[in-house]
Design a protein around this ligand. Structure first.
Ligand SMILES: [Zn+2]
Length: 65
């Protein structure tokens, strides 16, 4: 007897490493975050939540998947 597979929600979310344009502090953020993300160094807004998808204001360093 097989169990039915749970549907996996397909989201294009990923973790990304970004760098603050002001103070160069690097930070890993979630591209689909439900809240705004601020820089830990200077408080600059790095990502803003907008309808389930974040708008990134920081410099993208690399994607972590
Ligand atoms: Zn900063």
């Amino acid at each position: 007897m097989r169990r039915e597979r749970e549907p996996i929600p397909k989201t294009r979310s990923e973790f990304i490493l970004v760098k603050c344009p002001d103070c160069s502090e690097e930070r890993i953020i979630f591209s689909n975050s439900a809240k705004d993300i601020g820089c830990q160094g200077c408080g600059r807004k790095l990502a803003e939540s907008r309808g389930g998808k974040s708008v990134i204001y920081a410099t993208l360093v690399k994607k972590l998947g």
